[in-house]
Write a protein that binds this ligand. Structure first.
Ligand code: AMP
Ligand code: ZN
Length: 468
């Protein structure tokens, strides 16, 4: 089936075909490891995970490269302020190298708990200083860069397509970035490729231009070109990367290779919290651990994200997360009916139709909300046959909700008086005395017992007691 993705470069859905099928070169802009990833950052990686899984669903072999930024990303993306790593290190009273190790491990721990697949190659900027120096040297040799007293800068006047990805002209871009103008730069939007380090700077390496450290943008160009061998079929990031980081990567790649190496640029929208921006001052920057401390399953957060298209903003609220957790529990519960059904019963032609429609949704620029709705149509409306069970597992190869591992919890001995109440409710239901049946169900919920009516009879599970 044909596969379409929205390409930020053209602002259109385009037919996707890799340059060397079945291999797909995917570059994912990775985390800056100066702190824990927050749930907004994690949205960007759930998106790239879904993208990868849809590519794999289409039988492509995805070669995924992700950078780990452990040097060079300044407090403002537009080359201003201190290195984020140094700020983080000071706060934690550790060396930048120690916090890089610690937060890289924490990052992958969080992504794994969200069922995000590990990249094929995760590469740290500080392990590739030589590649970056060589890259900068080529840009200097070809006249795309120049040296001033504090570093080597890219000369954007040499690249006529600067600003094409973000569709901003330079004035607009500068207004947005509020770049403090360094009078030695030829143009205010010229950006640092290499910075000369003051003597007391903790992170510095020898280079032809003295001791220093690389800019943030150069790492993605240097490591991407190295590990994807020039074939970037897709490059992803959050929408905030479009106007600066990715414009700069395009300019650098052009200077180095003489062409645009990225075929598809794909960007995920932001996660907002309670309708607004996440900010330290608002105290609303949450990590996966914050969610877990409140008793949420990390996959409930994944489920919440699956409900929205990646190019739409998502509003995170605790109520929405509770809703997602309940929906995920119901989904698992319904899935178990399919798992436990006797094989071979029922429907003949339904599953194929669903399979096609779900694949069509995945392949239409990752329309996961539609695929999820179709999954629910199966769970709610179809007989639990083996064919559907297999289809559900197949769909979950993309959704990543871990259905294969879902088991019924071991049966717990039920206290006598609760058993009696359940029987009383069954009696009431038989007599069509709904009022009494509902009253008993509500009473049990207050005691922390939820009843689930299934075709095989009533089941129960423990839930949080109301008010506790
Ligand atoms: P960083 O660690 O700052 O380099 O960012 C990692 C990723 O998170 C990047 O792809 C950003 O675009 C993305 N990102 C940052 N904030 C948010 C947010 N609130 N919602 C979604 N993505 C975000
Ligand atoms: Zn990047």
């Amino acid at each position: 089936m044909e596969l379409y993705f929205f390409n930020t470069k053209t602002r259109k859905k385009e037919l996707f075909q890799p340059q060397q099928p079945p291999r797909v070169g995917l570059y994912v802009c990775g985390p800056t490891v100066y702190d824990y990833a927050h749930i907004g950052n994690l949205r960007a990686y759930v998106f790239s995970d879904i993208l990868r899984r849809v590519l794999e669903y289409n039988n492509f072999q995805v070669h995924q490269v992700m950078n780990i930024t452990d040097v060079g990303h300044l407090v403002s993306d537009a080359d201003e302020g201190e290195d984020k790593m140094l700020v983080g290190a000071r706060r934690q009273k550790k060396s930048p190298f120690e916090i890089a190790d610690y937060f890289t491990e924490a990052f992958f721990n969080h992504t794994q708990r969200l069922n995000i697949k590990d990249p094929t190659i995760a590469c740290r900027a500080t392990d590739h200083i030589q590649e970056m120096i060589d890259f900068v040297q080529v840009l200097l040799d070809r006249g795309y860069a120049y040296e001033i007293s504090d570093g080597i800068y890219f000369d954007i006047s040499r690249f006529p397509h600067y600003g094409k990805l973000s569709r901003l002209n330079l004035e607009e871009q500068l207004e947005g970035a509020r770049v403090e103008v360094n009078p030695e730069k030829k143009h205010p939007a010229d950006f640092a490729l290499w910075r000369k380090a003051p003597a007391n700077h903790i992170m510095q390496w020898p280079s032809p231009w003295g001791m220093g450290y690389p800019g943030w943008h150069i790492e993605c160009s240097a490591m991407g070109l190295k590990y994807l061998e020039g074939f970037f079929d897709i490059h992803t990031g959050g929408v905030d990367h479009i106007p600066i980081h990715h414009e700069n990567e395009i300019a650098q790649n052009w200077g180095f290779t003489g062409k645009e190496v990225v075929r598809f640029w794909m960007h995920s929208e932001f996660l907002q919290v309670e309708g607004g921006k996440m900010a330290k001052s608002l105290g609303n920057i949450y990590t996966l651990e914050d969610l877990e401390e409140k008793g949420f399953d990390p996959l409930a957060f994944r489920y919440l994200l699956l409900n929205a298209h990646y190019r739409k903003k998502v509003n995170f609220t605790w109520e929405a997360l509770e809703g997602a957790q309940r929906a995920l529990e119901r989904l698992r519960e319904n899935f178990l009916r399919f798992k436990e059904a006797s094989p071979g019963r029922g429907n003949q032609k339904g599953p194929e139709q669903f399979r096609t429609e779900i694949e069509r949704a995945f392949n239409d620029d990752l329309n996961v909300p539609r695929a999820l709705a179709l999954t629910w149509d199966i769970l709610r409306g179809e007989d639990p046959t083996l064919e559907y069970y297999k289809l559900l597992l197949e769909v979950d190869r993309v959704l990543g909700l871990g259905l294969e591992q879902v088991e019924r919890p071991p049966v717990e001995e039920i206290p006598g008086e609760i058993k009696k109440l359940i029987e009383q409710r069954e009696e009431a239901r038989k007599k069509r005395n709904w009022e009494e049946a509902d009253a008993i169900r509500d009473h049990l919920e207050e005691q922390g017992i939820r009843l689930i009516d299934t075709p095989q009879g009533v089941r129960w599970e423990r839930i949080k007691k109301k008010g506790s």
